[in-house]
Write a protein that binds this ligand. Structure first.
Ligand SMILES: [Mg+2]
Length: 145
């Protein structure tokens, strides 16, 4: 049984580095499969445009770094400057929505309990990548009631 939860995913520094460099975070593919199997609905809530998200998605899908449905994820339309207000997710109960994001400033104060924090991912493409944040987040998401 999936949890009746909508999980909103930030893109830059959460799932990948910047959209420009587009390094996928270690464990990204497995993380997305976990999310798909665990939650009713996944959406993308990002400061990059929908066209940029699509470019990133196509690039990651071509490299098999994300599941083939990644580019079909629902993109949340917003002003891309203010808060990532979970009420902007169509037909969702805000109490059952969670935002996974590395930046506090995008979180509405009234929705602070719906924020899953993650350390920003800034891999520059050199050396050993020991980032294990997505694995940590899986434990937190599993604990959601
Ligand atoms: Mg971010």
């Amino acid at each position: 049984m999936k949890k009746d939860i909508v999980l909103a995913l930030d893109l830059e520094y959460t799932l990948i580095s910047s959209a420009t460099l587009c390094f996928s975070r270690p464990g990204l593919h497995e993380f997305l499969l976990f999310c798909q199997n665990t939650f009713e609905r996944l959406v993308i809530f990002t400061t990059v445009s929908e066209a940029t998200f699509q470019r990133v998605a196509q690039q990651l899908m071509a490299l098999n770094e994300v599941p083939p449905w990644f580019g079909d994820l629902e993109y949340i339309t917003w002003d891309r400057r203010g808060k990532k207000d979970l009420r902007l997710i169509p037909d969702a109960n805000v109490k059952r929505c969670y935002l996974l994001d590395d930046r506090r400033e995008y979180v509405c104060d009234s929705q602070i309990n719906n924020w899953i924090t993650i350390e920003p991912y800034e891999f520059v493409g050199e050396g050993v990548d020991n980032d294990r944040e997505l694995q940590k987040v899986i434990h937190q998401l599993n604990a959601l009631q």
